[in-house]
Design a protein around this ligand. Structure first.
Ligand SMILES: [Zn+2]
Length: 127
């Protein structure tokens, strides 16, 4: 019979989890707020946007819009990541890698509380 996992899986005690949960929830609110603000700042959505823009104004708007899109996409990914981490807490799997099921290094979690994969798996998915 094959052993399922050689690593000892430790569940985080709730006295450690509740501050993490609180932190994640707070950050999530902040991220959502930033995203909302970003949407308002999109020059393409500016009500006073004139049709007969000069070329320079047009370029400014394009760059502004592009910049806004990138930031917005990044924020969406962050928001999704924080939501996943919160779900992991809920189902009692916080600190366990989503991909390989091993414990995530606590140093990594200390730096990025929203991490749901270990360093090895996150590097693999990036490359
Ligand atoms: Zn992993």
């Amino acid at each position: 019979m094959k052993k399922e996992n050689d690593n000892v899986i430790l569940n985080f005690p709730s006295r450690l989890l509740s501050p993490i949960k609180l932190f994640l929830e707070k950050e999530l609110v902040k991220l959502k707020r930033t995203k909302k603000q970003l949407k308002k700042d999109d020059p393409f959505l500016d009500e006073n946007r004139t049709i007969d823009n000069s070329l320079e104004e047009d370029v400014d708007e394009q760059i502004g819009h592009f910049d806004n899109e990138i930031k917005s996409k990044f924020l969406s990914r962050q928001i999704a990541q924080f939501r996943t981490a919160l779900t992991r807490i809920k189902i009692g799997k916080y600190g366990i890698c989503e991909k390989c099921g091993k414990m995530i290094d606590t140093d990594r979690l200390a730096a990025r509380a929203e991490a749901t994969t270990c360093i090895k798996c996150s590097k693999e998915s990036e490359s």
